[in-house]
Design a protein. Structure first.
Length: 89
């Protein structure tokens, strides 16, 4: 389980990216890289990191489901994810 501060930091980054998205796009099209550098570091979308929605785990993230591999397996075994079954052959 990730610390609450780490989860909050990612949420804050996402809000900052959304806030400056239009401004960044306009500055990039104009080629004004000096003004682009003056924007906050967290305004860059490259600084965002995918985290599990339930546990906050940063690694092993599955985009299709929005959770980590560990959480995904637990949920699949409990039957909480529709259409997912354990493989057997």
């Amino acid at each position: 389980m990730a610390k609450e501060s780490m989860k909050a930091r990612e949420v804050k980054r996402a809000k900052t990216v959304a806030k400056y998205a239009e401004k960044r796009k306009a500055l990039k099209e104009a080629g004004d890289y000096e003004a682009l550098q003056k924007l906050p570091k967290n305004a860059s979308p490259i600084r965002m990191h995918n985290r599990c929605k339930l546990t906050g785990r940063p690694k092993g993230y599955m985009r299709q489901f929005g959770v980590s591999r560990v959480t995904f397996r637990e949920m699949a075994n409990q039957g909480l994810i529709p259409g997912v079954t354990k493989a057997s052959w």
